[in-house]
Design a protein around this ligand. Structure first.
Ligand SMILES: NC(=O)c1ccc[n+]([C@@H]2O[C@H](COP(=O)([O-])OP(=O)(O)OC[C@H]3O[C@@H](n4cnc5c(N)ncnc54)[C@H](O)[C@@H]3O)[C@@H](O)[C@H]2O)c1
Length: 440
């Protein structure tokens, strides 16, 4: 289904220029030919999100982009085309459009994620969406390619696409910010160096969100080291509730579920109540004490305590590394799926009795975990984008000692980025290199 019905052009084609603008550079232009003439009339946001229009109602053609590099680009290619609608034609069942900003949009994870977002798989088949895509200077050409593929996919729910390299432009009015883009660790780079280089990206993006995003934007930080990047981001966005920031640990939860299902010989939908505690690193703690299989405590189903204590955790932690050995690159598709899971866990009510893991700000946590860090913990949601921490969890010495190690690591990471969180001079005394293999 197309988003609009078009008037066939009598002339050959209408050439458009897609322009990109950022504060530092940057004017890149490209020509895209359209074999059809389209009608344009500036519309309010609500009328833009509505359904198709017949050719009878089409207005005079125009182009929604600018040749002036000093003016920001409003839209990409076919998404510049808007059309008038009669009130009675508006699709009453569609919700108000939401704006989703994605950084690292030309990267591998985003290449899977964006098409899921545009299809309705994430926010629902009645939820029109505007995508704002942030790339780096080096990836701008690739970003344009991504936008072209989105155009060619003809997703009915995808109403707007913008691309750019300035977070102050791309995060404008964002209701969701999926922060995937980060620098990979270069040869010989210390972990402290990676914390600093990526921390600067997230400090800048936090400031940009603070300045231009929706006041209730939900932020999911994927770029590593994601817990501390999320902390940096929220510290630089004081006007956005700290509770709205998440670090992605859902891939780790999914991996833990898969390993428990495999060991118990059940399908993975029988595994519930799995928590990943702590950092998205090899100090993460997949919790088999509170997890359930077929509604029973895991320890009643898997009686092999040695496996649980010695093999399970390591298997979950090293899964990414094993995958790299097979694939020759880090997980992208399953990471994108886990981002979808993380969002859906916040926009749909959590099934009765279950919970999900996400890295969130620790202030006010009921477990006794140090405050003022971003730590993965068990959460429930009513489906309104918000969440509550789960209180009814138990701890034993094994679990608690491991949680403390991950906490120590995150406190050390926090000291290492003090210059980026407004807390003085950084002191880097990281306990060891616990970066997940390939997810650096
Ligand atoms: N939390 C998790 O579970 C998890 C899992 C897998 C990967 N990751 C992390 O996700 C990140 C992205 O992974 P990928 O496989 O998509 O990498 P990728 O290298 O394919 O893509 C990253 C993209 O980000 C862009 N980028 C770099 N700096 C940017 C900036 N300042 N603003 C906007 N874009 C920028 C790059 O140009 C590149 O296109 C990495 O940091 C990786 O370690 C996290």
């Amino acid at each position: 289904m197309a988003v609009a019905e078009f008037i066939p052009s009598s002339s050959s084609s209408l050439t458009k220029k897609a322009s990109f603008y950022s504060s530092q550079l940057s004017y890149v232009s490209t020509k895209i030919s359209h074999q059809r003439r389209l009608s344009f009339k500036p519309l309010s946001r609500t009328s833009q999100i509505c359904c198709s229009v017949t050719s009878k109602e089409a207005q005079a053609p125009t182009v929604g982009q600018t040749d002036d590099p000093k003016k920001k680009s409003e839209c990409y290619g076919v998404f510049c085309l808007t059309y008038d609608l009669k009130a009675e034609e508006e699709t009453s069942s569609w919700k108000k459009m939401i704006t989703v900003s994605v950084s690292g949009a030309a990267g591998m994870i985003a290449n899977h994620l964006l098409f899921k977002l545009a299809s309705g798989e994430v926010f629902g088949p009645d939820q029109p969406i505007a995508l704002r895509l942030l790339g780096s200077e080096r990836s701008i050409q690739a970003l344009e390619g991504v936008a072209m593929e989105l155009e060619d996919s003809l997703y009915p729910l995808l109403r707007e696409v913008n691309i750019g390299i300035d977070p102050y432009e791309v995060f404008q009015d964002a209701e969701w910010a999926l922060l995937i883009g980060a620098k990979p660790r270069g040869p010989g780079m210390e972990r402290a160096g990676l914390l600093d280089i990526n921390g600067q990206i997230f400090a800048e993006q936090g400031k940009a969100l603070n300045a231009v995003a929706s006041r209730n934007v939900k932020v999911i930080v994927v770029g590593n080291p994601c817990n501390t990047n999320a902390l940096i981001c929220l510290k630089n966005a004081p006007n956005i509730p700290a509770k709205n920031f998440h670090a992605l640990t859902r891939l780790d939860e999914n991996r833990a579920k898969c390993q428990l299902a495999l060991k118990a010989g059940v399908f993975y939908d029988k595994v519930s109540n799995v928590t990943i505690w702590g950092n998205h690193s090899t100090t993460q703690v997949p919790d088999f004490l509170n997890a359930k299989i077929n509604g029973l405590p895991v320890k009643e189903v898997i009686k092999d305590t040695k496996w649980l204590e010695e093999e399970f955790t390591v298997k979950v932690q090293k899964r990414g590394g094993v995958l790299i050995q097979k694939w020759g690159r880090s997980s992208a598709a399953s990471t994108a799926v886990s981002i979808v899971d993380a969002i859906r866990s916040l926009v749909t009510p959590t099934p009765e009795g279950d919970w999900f893991s996400t890295g969130v700000y620790t202030n006010g946590n009921p477990y006794g975990i140090a405050e003022d860090i971003v730590f993965s913990m068990p959460c429930r949601s009513k489906g309104d984008g918000d969440y509550e921490l789960v209180k009814e969890v138990i701890f034993d010495d094994y679990l608690w000692n491991r949680i403390k190690k991950s906490e120590d690591e995150l406190l050390a990471e926090k000291r290492c980025v003090a210059h980026l969180t407004g807390e003085g001079i950084a002191v880097c005394d990281l306990p060891g290199d616990t970066m997940l293999p390939g997810e650096m």
